[in-house]
Ligand binder design. Structure first.
Ligand code: ATP
Ligand code: MG
Length: 657
């Protein structure tokens, strides 16, 4: 067959995957849902009035004058309004008589190591930490870098910053000294808050030496505030102060000041899946409004009875918005877990669900695929009948992983909400509503009420149902990033230059015949095969739908005949054996599922895939392998040895055509 000409850049993204399964909301949940379908119409009729109503969930010390001031691409929400984020997350619940309610059930990795913090406890701890930061010279507008394990002092430190109006920059505790130093420098932080270490994979894992190395080259850092968690030896530098020395002796009283709705709350660097991380700046009023609203709507949160657990690390935006700010603003009870899912055994997550009677669970596709790989028998050992809503975030969820999650974790009764958003959006943007949407496995479905997301073609025209293209957001939203810290130009170039007057998140998407949205991965990852734009997500999902495949990553590699050819990297399920004909079997499976155009040229069985520390697959490194280039920047990679394991597999690559 003669190949079609390659290079037809304007062709829309192919729509290959057909999915007919639907899961209607459970009747009982629908009948009592926090948000009904009426919300879509209300928000469409008057978007700003809708967000004003959402902002009224918060306690404002001064009401705003103007809901939105939009000087594209710079937005200000709730202009003139004043509030204190920490007060909204903590004090107001205590004042309302809910001081005894649990804010956090904290579960350390070593079994039996747990702590419970009520809202009253949290108030005392945040106030003491606030007074300590003030004593250390931290003032409104100062930047504070936070490099900590998943211990209660982490949200306490963030809330203390928020209370003062200091800007926190949480850096994930797995990052190297170089990565930490560059983030401290970029934000020009004067204080670093850290710990001696945390528990990971059954042993203490040191953090302080990394901070020492970074801070040695950061003269602007005045103090390093250190929590004792593991009791590991730490070198005492002259900037170091122990948390227990300085925080414990403080008064537990502090009166919160009001801050402007547009005062900065935090800087957070993106995961770095596509390249150099960006320092995303979020402010207070709009951010807290949308995180609180979406946490209530998307999880159908009933604060009096639900036990909510988000398994993300607080070092990522998911942890900021859905462990700290959204749940606390709503007065929820949450679980925080310090460690890894396989310590001391592979049932640890389900043991935690059983122990705390978790009702709402929020995790990532990468974790779900790992649990699939480990086998159905593990979750089957635990009582998880308390669960009622399951969430997914971080990557497109493959339909097979979605169905597995629903069945083996959710007992076939819990709706799964696939939530699309980014560090930049601050809060969930596209997601089913558990009491409203008949969800399709693998689809994020509809923009939430008040969010105007769309899919457009190369020219910025809305694509019809059945078409694919670029995801965009047409109107500003309350929790949107305000800029990239210190780099307005990069903000404009990255997000607002691709399409006139529209926010471009960098992701591809399609509308199915019903107009529901499916995320198709990053547009940089789209493959151009014989003139067809094929999304990595669809081919990966086809591979994962084969019973022998646990995980898959595909990339397009330059090919003399087809322009690009599909190269697939797969991890087999626990029970499946690597055999000679597995590659042929999988290639045929993809051809049958998606059509011959999507048939991979090569299938490589690998033991691991390169992932960022937030668990996302880094396809650009696989592209380097597939095109025999030297491997690019690996600084945000979780495990740098993975690339060697994968490269070793290359000579055995099978190409059957
Ligand atoms: P960088 O921007 O530095 O490359 P990153 O994009 O990985 O890093 P995050 O902000 O943590 O950093 O990730 C957001 C991205 O994750 C989204 O743009 C999208 O590609 C992907 N994503 C998140 N949730 C979903 C989802 N439910 N479905 C599909 N993709 C998702
Ligand atoms: Mg991104």
């Amino acid at each position: 067959m003669a190949p079609e000409p390659a290079g037809n850049e304007t062709q829309a993204l192919s729509n290959l995957l057909k999915e007919n399964r639907r899961f209607a909301p459970p009747a009982e949940l629908a009948a009592a849902a926090n948000v009904t379908s009426a919300a879509y119409a209300e928000a469409a009729a008057d978007r700003l009035a809708f967000w004003e109503q959402a902002a009224d969930r918060l306690t404002w010390t001064k009401r705003w004058d103007t809901t939105l001031e939009w000087n594209p691409p710079f937005a200000k929400w709730f202009v003139g309004g004043e509030l204190n984020v920490a007060y909204n997350c903590v004090d107001r619940h205590v004042e309302a008589g809910r001081g005894d309610k649990v804010a956090y059930h904290w579960e350390g990795e070593p079994e039996g190591d747990s702590r419970t913090l009520t809202y009253a406890d949290l108030q005392r701890e945040v106030n003491k930490a606030t007074n300590a930061l003030l004593e250390l010279g931290v003032r409104k507008g100062d930047r504070v870098a936070v490099y900590m394990p998943m211990i209660p002092e982490l949200p306490i430190a963030m809330l203390a910053c928020a209370r003062i109006g200091a800007i926190h920059s949480v850096v994930f505790g797995g990052f190297s000294a170089t990565a930490l130093k560059s983030r401290i420098d970029d934000a020009d932080a004067k204080l670093v808050i850290t710990a001696d270490g945390g528990y990971r994979r059954g042993k203490p894992s040191a953090l302080k030496p990394t901070v020492d190395e970074a801070v040695a080259e950061c003269p602007q850092v005045e103090h390093v505030l250190v929590v004792r968690r593991t009791g590991q030896d730490v070198a005492a530098g002259d900037k170091d102060v122990w948390w227990h020395d300085v925080v414990d002796r403080q008064s537990d009283q502090h009166t919160a000041e009001s801050h402007d709705a547009e005062d900065p709350l935090y800087i957070l660097y993106t995961s770095g899946t596509t390249g150099r991380p960006k320092g995303i700046l979020h402010t207070t009023g709009g951010y807290l409004t949308q995180t609180a609203y979406t946490h209530d709507a998307v999880f159908d949160l009933k604060p009096d009875t639900d036990i909510y657990w988000c398994t993300a690390d607080i070092g990522w935006v998911t942890g900021h918005s859905y462990i700290v700010y959204g749940p606390l603003a709503n007065g929820a009870t949450s679980v925080i877990y310090e460690g890894t899912p396989d310590t001391p055994h592979r049932g640890r997550f389900w043991e935690i669900v059983q122990k705390y009677q978790v009702t709402l669970l929020y995790t990532a596709p990468t974790a779900i695929r790992t649990f699939m790989k480990w086998g159905d028998d593990i979750p089957a050992k635990y009582d998880m009948s308390s669960l009622r809503v399951l969430g997914s975030v971080g990557e497109p969820i493959n339909p097979e992983a979605y169905v597995w999650y629903r069945e083996h974790i959710g007992g076939d009764r819990c709706p799964v909400v696939d939530t699309w958003w980014q560090t930049e959006t601050g809060a969930i943007m596209i997601s089913p509503l558990p009491g409203v949407t008949a969800a399709k496995p693998g689809a994020a479905m509809r923009p939430l009420p008040g969010i105007s997301a769309d899919v457009v073609d190369d020219q910025g025209n809305s694509v019809p149902n059945g078409g694919g293209g670029f995801l965009v957001v047409r109107e500003p939203w309350p929790s949107m990033l305000r800029t990239i810290w210190g780099d307005d130009q990069r903000y404009i170039d990255t997000y607002w230059s691709r399409f006139e007057g529209m926010y471009f998140p960098g992701d591809g998407a399609k509308k199915d015949d019903d107009g529901d949205l499916w995320l198709l991965g990053r547009v940089d990852d789209v493959m151009l095969v014989s003139g067809h734009n094929i999304s990595t997500t669809e081919v990966e999902s086809a591979l994962v739908s084969h019973p022998k495949v646990a995980e898959a990553a595909v990339v397009g590699a330059t090919d003399p005949v087809t322009g690009q050819a599909i190269v697939s990297f797969v991890i087999l399920r626990g029970s499946a054996e690597e055999s000679d004909d597995i590659a042929a079997e999988l290639r045929n499976h993809v051809a049958k599922t998606l059509g011959p155009i999507a048939k991979p040229r090569q299938i490589l069985v690998v033991p691991e895939l390169p992932k960022t520390r937030s668990g996302k697959i880094m396809r650009r490194l696989l592209r380097d392998v597939a095109e025999n280039r030297s491997i690019g920047d690996v600084t945000t990679l979780a495990d740098s040895t993975v690339m060697n394991l994968i490269s070793e597999k290359l000579p055995s690559a099978k190409s059957e055509d």
